[in-house]
Design a protein around this ligand. Structure first.
Ligand SMILES: O=c1ccn([C@@H]2O[C@H](COP(=O)(O)O)[C@@H](O)[C@H]2O)c(=O)[nH]1
Length: 294
């Protein structure tokens, strides 16, 4: 069984650091696909998978934006994530789960279990309730070659409210980063990278560098690039030199590659696909410009 970290770093080296989100925001699914309905989400999500295939290492479906349509929305999520896996894309499921250990076992089984109904290679989780609550995810990760993506320093404007508070001489996010070291060891791949990933927002490049010092082997998931405005250089602040340039994680972008200008009124799926692919190519080129300076 190939370890998750090895699959992800291989794919990022091959395709570039961009992780394309699949975020079906309310009211933004083009009429071309049926609009903001469960069927519309499914058709749009499947078209995104076809547009991304062979162009990005991974996709990141946003569970909340499917869940708002109830069971039919979750069925669409299941269909789209299965199609992504079948297309050879690594699926980072963004559900930000977190609960006491016995309940977390349910979330872990749903997304990372051997017979998980939702097709995911890794799941985002919230560490706020303590290390014991992360155990079920790490156990499933070890057993099934999956990854666990822990929120450490998020990209939103309020991320400093709690995460930057001083805790015995260091910010809370740093304490979280260092406390995850034993879990990172358990998900270590042969590449030397760990599938215990950390979310480090592109909006906090200094924080990302600090977390990299504390967690030299954890792959990062970096949101905040694209629609949230952080530049490529900030998004890759926590990356380090590797065989093919800077590496150490993936940079996610959702709205900027889901709804590029013009797609809302694209006359047909072929035109729409071309616009999405252009947005992906532009983001990969932008990020690769930082990865391999001229
Ligand atoms: O700190 C975080 C953690 C997760 N996210 C998620 O990433 C995408 C960002 O979408 P954009 O359209 O590229 O802004 C979205 O799914 C968030 O839930 C984050 O933004 N920040």
């Amino acid at each position: 069984m190939t370890r998750f970290a090895d699959r992800l770093i291989d794919a990022a080296r091959q395709h570039g650091p961009l992780c394309a989100g699949i975020d079906p925001h309310a009211g933004r699914i083009p009429a071309l696909f049926g609009g903001d309905t469960p069927d519309g989400l499914e058709a749009w999500g499947l078209a995104l998978v076809r547009a991304f295939e062979g162009r990005v290492a991974c996709v990141k479906p946003q569970v909340a934006l499917f869940e708002r349509h109830g069971p039919e929305g979750m069925k669409a999520l299941q269909t789209v994530s299965r199609a992504a896996k079948e297309a050879g894309l690594i699926v980072l499921m963004d559900a930000k789960r977190g609960d006491i250990g016995s309940t977390a076992e349910g979330y872990a089984a749903a997304y990372l279990g051997k017979h998980a109904p939702f097709h995911a290679d890794a799941l985002t989780v919230n560490p706020y309730m303590g290390l014991d609550t992360l155990e079920p995810y790490v156990r499933e990760g070890e057993a099934n070659g999956k990854g666990v993506i822990v929120l450490v320093r998020t990209s939103n404007p309020g991320s400093a409210d709690f995460q930057s508070k001083n805790l015995e001489g260091a910010p809370l996010y740093a304490r979280v980063g260092e406390a995850l070291a034993p879990l990172a060891e358990r998900l270590m791949g042969q590449s030397g990278w760990s599938g215990l990933m950390m979310v480090t927002g592109a909006t906090g490049p200094a924080e990302a560098r600090a977390i990299r010092t504390l967690a030299p082997k954890s792959l990062f998931l970096v949101p905040g690039y694209g629609a949230q405005g952080a530049p490529a250089a900030d998004a890759m602040a926590g990356f380090v030199p590797g065989p093919a340039g800077l590496e150490g994680g993936v940079v996610s972008a959702s709205r900027s590659v889901n709804f590029p200008a013009g797609t809302e009124t694209a006359p047909d799926v072929e035109t729409w696909t071309g616009m999405v692919r252009d947005a992906v190519a532009a983001a990969q080129a932008d990020l690769k410009g930082v990865m391999t300076p001229a």
